[in-house]
Design a protein around this ligand. Sequence first.
Ligand code: NAP
Length: 187
Amino acid sequence: MHVIVVGGTGMLRDVSVYLTQKGCNVTVIARNQKRLNTLVEESGSVEGCIHPVQVDYRDDHLFIHQVEKAISTYGPIRMAVVWIHSTAPQAPYQLASLLNETTPSCDYFHVLGSSVADPSQQDGRRKKQFMQYPHIQYHEVILGFVVEKNGSRWLTNKEISQGVIRAIQSNQKQTVVGTVDPWSKKP
Ligand SMILES: NC(=O)c1ccc[n+]([C@@H]2O[C@H](COP(=O)([O-])OP(=O)(O)OC[C@H]3O[C@@H](n4cnc5c(N)ncnc54)[C@H](OP(=O)(O)O)[C@@H]3O)[C@@H](O)[C@H]2O)c1
């Protein structure tokens, strides 16, 4: 199965490795070639394989072109794990549109920062936009925080990857990694 992890060399690194161990062909998007190479070297798996794609997703045309190339080499993408900064606000939709056109069904795990859970910022526009893609099964993975005895802290990379893997395994529409409640306890 061909899957894509956008931002798969950072906090989602363990997700890239997990999907490889599951036997997937994993296209990983990031800019830093050295970190991509290290991921390939360290993810030695007999089953799947990492296909590193060095591109800046802020360059929408090049980003989509590179994903098209990966699709033509490894086949339709059946799962996407997507962590895209707000510096490229259209990129998540452009990717969804391409996947919608090229696959009969794709699970799209959209990893989102805590700010989407801010009660003063709630709006349904994002989910509505994804509803226009009938072949995309949209899943939200909201990164929260951890409340501890003496305060609160942000999630570690390990906790983030583990939470995203749980979201993939459970296939739920929405997963919160850590908590966003009560919002007032945010670090
Ligand atoms: N609620 C929370 O707890 C929460 C939420 C968000 C973040 N965090 C923490 O904050 C830390 C920093 O966040 P981060 O976003 O830097 O996470 P990161 O996952 O460590 O890095 C971002 C990933 O996206 C790639 N990337 C970034 N910009 C890109 C671009 N323009 N084009 C293509 N790929 C790009 C990076 O590779 P390249 O740099 O090689 O391109 C990397 O693979 C994380 O490690 C995490 O622990 C916590």
